[in-house]
Design a protein around this ligand. Sequence first.
Ligand SMILES: Nc1nc2c(c(=O)[nH]1)N(C=O)[C@@H](CNc1ccc(C(=O)N[C@@H](CCC(=O)O)C(=O)O)cc1)CN2
Ligand SMILES: Nc1ncnc2c1ncn2[C@@H]1O[C@H](COP(=O)(O)OP(=O)(O)OP(=O)(O)O)[C@@H](O)[C@H]1O
Length: 211
Amino acid sequence: MTDSTPSAPGTPGDTLTRRKAALRRDALAAREAAYGKAGGTSGGTAGDGATARATARLSDLLARTEGRIVAGYMPIRSELDPRPAMEAEAARRPVCVPVIEARGAPLIFRQWTPDATLIPGTFGALIPERSATLVPDVVIVPLVAFDRQGGRLGYGGGFYDRTLAGLRDRGAALAIGFAYAAQEVGDLPIEPTDIPLDWVVTEDEVIGPLT
Ligand SMILES: Nc1nc2c(c(=O)[nH]1)N(C=O)[C@@H](CNc1ccc(C(=O)N[C@@H](CCC(=O)O)C(=O)O)cc1)CN2
Ligand SMILES: Nc1ncnc2c1ncn2[C@@H]1O[C@H](COP(=O)(O)OP(=O)(O)OP(=O)(O)O)[C@@H](O)[C@H]1O
């Protein structure tokens, strides 16, 4: 293949798609290293306290959005764990988590409480077995890589872009990326469908407002 015969956008041979795949690989390796240092999902006492520090920063930011419905997520693989912050919020207001209804469709959100019965959802993240469907005002967004302009790279399904676009059509929705500082990259490639993050919270800092 030559540059004069580019692949269709979004196909594996497309330059941007290949660049994103390489960035995703590197960022996932950095995330796994940070996760290991932090002591894994539980935070652990043997870890470096990254989860606790990130939780404190996230809770501070969330305190400014009192009363609004918050979406968190059930962490998979080496994702930074938002559950300690979600648990604190669930004592005061509704908290929900994403559910994949179909490939190519926006995510929906089901109410989550710390004692909810969870079952595996599509792609492995846990979902509440049955609970009310909610529309969040504030979305804590999992990610693979972020930049300081609000750029975000996920697993490549486009789920959060479609979801945030839909939520914003209905009104304001605040998007807060939640990640280890090690997941920062210089400049992510931007596609027309990418929805920028309003904030990024790491164990080291709160970055924003970005929009
Ligand atoms: N914790 C968490 N929950 C989430 C997301 C997330 O990123 N994190 N999602 C955010 O979208 C949705 C799940 N989306 C996902 C999409 C793809 C893969 C995944 O593992 N993809 C494979 C490729 C699979 C394929 O294309 O067949 C991979 O990356 O190796 C995981 C989650 C909803 N819930
Ligand atoms: N609003 C949208 N409408 C239609 N297609 C979209 C939309 N947003 C993203 N997509 C498509 O989804 C594909 C994957 O997007 P992208 O690489 O940005 O995913 P991601 O942000 O890494 O993944 P995720 O959000 O699932 O974690 C893109 O090829 C894009 O064309």
